[in-house]
Design a protein around this ligand. Structure first.
Ligand code: ARG
Length: 468
């Protein structure tokens, strides 16, 4: 099973025997945390620069370290770097190679640092970059929604509650609803970033260091907004990743709802939307089918991101201060969630950018669903009939029309007057769907005026967010 040889690890000084190979395989993280190599190299550069600035490391050693790290970066990117699982993780793989390349200077890099503050630094940088990418993708998706919404102001379809046709709405309003969700997703990212971008570098293993270091300097060099206040907290919390996964989960929840809508709309029973060939798939057995697999997969993958959030919360809940090896488990699920959120956002944006809306089917659904019934009730109420009474009369009118196989606006004035004598010729203006929609210009309403206001406000948000 396990083979025992002399311990040659970077931390092997106090050990006589080497780690067994199955333990090594179980504990290693380099197979996935090598993903953090750019952050690790940047972190080490900033750290050594800080050490030199504080007179802890000579300028020459610092320059050697930087040159060595640049070489390592090139090796990794060219695929010639040899990753060794026996060196456990990305940090020790890089440090060990650095020492091979530059000798003693490499061994000095870890002065006033521990892998505990090092990994927390790398991971915070990675999480911040992931969130910044999600943010850009959210903005791009908003741009697609704005673009499509502005062309569909006059496209009317049933708005639903309880999945029952409720009132006519503009397709633009429907698209914009998702844009507003994504705006909040961006705001959540921006808010969380304030806490993600706090440097733990200089906290060392858990207690700080006897060296006269300058954590503010390394924090600034790495683009952090500030540095830690408490060394034990700095190395041992992963709340920043939990916040990121929470923001990511909410993004996925929004995307998944949109997907559900797209799936329903692309069913022939609705026929409101036709996904482009590039964004739908066929069935291997039923030739007539056009399946919205992409939307289904985004909906399905939402579970992975929720899973990552849950995994991280549970992983952390029992951990005493300070660093515990459990925390090595923070990475793989975050990487998976990151890929899932980013890919889902870009897939969805492309799917919406290229889909075709079927305006005719939407308009047919309006008529079939008596979506102007509320208008008739409001019309009667405006004539002084108490609303509850007006509601009941309208119910009779709907039942009458349904029996006659007609829409409300297709009934004759005589028909309508047989139900309620006070109904006049002007009722037909009221029953007009477009008029119904465009009367609703209250704040955030479906009317044209409200929609143009929404477009302007959203464009302003996009403009202001792009520069940030
Ligand atoms: N691979 C470790 C992790 O990802 C790095 C930190 C290890 N620290 C330690 N004291 N063993 O968490």
């Amino acid at each position: 099973m396990s083979e025992v040889t002399k311990n040659t690890k970077l931390w092997g000084g106090r050990f006589d025997e080497s780690t067994s190979s199955d333990v090594e395989a179980f504990t290693e993280s380099v197979s996935y945390d090598k993903n953090l190599y750019t952050q690790d190299i940047r972190g080490s550069k900033a750290h050594s620069e800080m050490l030199a600035k504080c007179g802890i490391l000579s300028e020459k050693d610092m320059t050697d370290i930087h040159e060595g790290l640049d070489k390592i970066l090139a090796e990794i990117e060219q695929g010639t770097f040899i990753w060794k699982p026996e060196l456990e993780d990305v940090h020790m793989n890089i440090e060990s190679r650095l020492t091979e390349l530059v000798g003693d200077a490499g061994k000095k890099l870890h002065t006033a640092r521990s892998r505990n503050d090092q990994v927390a630094t790398d991971f915070r940088l990675f999480v911040a970059e992931a969130m910044t990418k999600w943010r850009t993708l959210c903005l791009e998706f908003i741009a697609v929604l704005l673009e499509r919404a502005q062309k569909e102001v006059n496209t009317l379809l049933p708005g639903y509650t309880h999945m029952q046709p409720a009132q006519p709405v503009s397709l633009a309003q429907h698209m914009m609803a998702y844009a507003w969700m994504l705006k909040r997703d961006i705001e959540r990212i921006d808010d969380a970033l304030k806490r993600v971008l706090i440097s733990p570098l200089g906290a060392a293993a858990l207690a700080g260091t006897t060296y006269n270091i300058n954590p503010e300097f390394s924090a600034e060099r790495l683009g952090f907004a500030g540095e830690f206040d408490n060394s034990m907290d700095a190395v041992s919390d992963r709340d920043f990743a939990i916040e990121a996964l929470s923001a990511g989960s909410i993004i996925m929840m929004h995307l998944s709802r949109f997907c559900e809508e797209i799936i329903i709309w692309s069913s022939p029973a609705f026929g409101f939307i036709r996904l482009s060939d590039a964004h739908s798939t066929g069935s291997s057995i039923m030739p007539q089918k056009r399946n919205p697999d992409l939307a289904e997969l985004v909906r399905g993958k939402t579970g992975r991101v929720y899973g990552s959030l849950q995994q991280m919360l549970v992983m952390m809940k029992g951990l005493p201060l300070a660093y515990n090896r459990d925390m090595q488990e923070d990475k793989e699920s975050f990487f998976d969630a990151d890929r899932t959120v980013a890919n889902s956002l870009s897939m969805m944006a492309a799917m919406i950018e290229n889909c075709a809306f079927n305006r005719e089917r939407m308009s047919m659904a309006l008529k079939a669903g008596f979506l102007n019934a509320t208008e008739l009730a409001d019309y009667l109420a405006a004539k002084g009939i108490p609303f509850r009474e007006a509601h009941k009369i309208t119910g009779h009118a709907v039942a009458y029309a349904e029996k006659a196989g007609k829409a409300l606006e297709e009934l004759s004035l005589e028909d309508l007057q047989s139900i309620e004598p006070s109904i006049q010729e002007d009722v037909f203006e009221v029953l007009d769907y477009e008029a119904a929609v465009n009367r609703r210009n209250s704040k955030g309403g479906v009317g044209r005026v409200s929609l143009f206001r929404q477009f302007e406000d959203m464009k302003k948000f996009v403009r202001e967010s792009e520069g940030k």
